[in-house]
Design a protein around this ligand. Structure first.
Ligand SMILES: [Zn+2]
Length: 255
């Protein structure tokens, strides 16, 4: 059977002299593992489409055992990410996260578009800390772990002069007037800017969720809150995340 899907290569491994197995992220079938014969040959017409983070239209044959790429037409190139080790580490973290969280051969809602926007934001010089936070929190929401950030879970107030607390394990916010100081679970008193950014990330259309301005202290808080929330939600750690943080000169390492 012949099938055609738009997708992004999120991992690849060489097979033999010149063949490559690629994992392609698609909306229609989740993650597809496909064989690209001869893709590592310098004159192969699959060379660029089988590269990591290639966004292409893949024409494949599907047998009982596997998909085989027959041809591919590039749609957009994110290869530039590979020129910067920090950008590559962050994109690799996103790829590992998506690979872990996306089932094989099951339809997904807009995952390719979301992943493409995230790669685009990495490539185009937005603060990597903010891109990472936006990815973690929005992806948590897309996976069904959305925290309730609309209003205080107790009194329904949208804002509070004394601040809002985020309770990560309960995935909700409580205003300072309602917060019980004897609460013994995890909590963070959010900077107003942090809450504003979190609401933007969760409630904006996909193409706007990465776009927000934030000061440095709030960005650090946002980074810490979003990372912990995401890793707790998916119950997994990712090697590329540790590597990305090790490259960040301590900025993100000590959060
Ligand atoms: Zn309240």
């Amino acid at each position: 059977m012949l099938v055609t899907y738009d997708g992004i290569v999120i991992s690849r491994r060489q097979v033999g002299e010149s063949g490559v197995f690629i994992d392609i992220l698609t909306d229609e079938q989740g993650i597809i593992e496909a064989m690209a014969h001869g893709a590592n040959k310098i004159n192969s017409n699959l060379l660029s489409s089988s590269a990591l983070f290639s966004y292409s239209t893949f024409c494949m044959s599907k047998s009982k055992l596997r998909y085989t790429v027959n041809s591919a037409k590039p749609k957009f190139s994110f290869h530039e990410i590979g020129n910067d080790i920090e950008k590559l580490a962050l994109a690799s973290y996103f790829a590992q996260a998506v690979k872990f969280c996306t089932p094989s051969e099951q339809p997904q809602d807009s995952i390719v578009r979301f992943f493409a926007i995230a790669l685009f934001e990495i490539m185009n010089g937005r603060s990597l800390g903010s891109v990472k936070s936006a990815f973690e929190l929005r992806y948590s929401a897309e996976l069904g772990f959305a925290p309730n950030l609309v209003a205080c879970d107790n009194c329904g107030n949208y804002e509070c002069e004394r601040g809002m607390y985020f309770l990560p394990k309960k995935a909700k916010i409580i205003c300072a007037d309602c917060f019980n100081k004897e609460y013994d679970g995890e909590y963070v008193l959010l900077f107003p800017e942090t809450l504003y950014a979190m609401r933007n990330i969760v409630f904006s259309p996909l193409d706007r969720c990465f776009k927000f301005g934030i000061s440095e202290p709030a960005e650090k808080q946002l980074s810490s809150v979003c990372e912990k929330f995401f890793l707790n939600s998916v119950e997994k750690s990712f090697p590329a995340l540790g590597y990305f943080k090790s490259l960040n000169g301590g900025d993100l390492r000590n959060l």
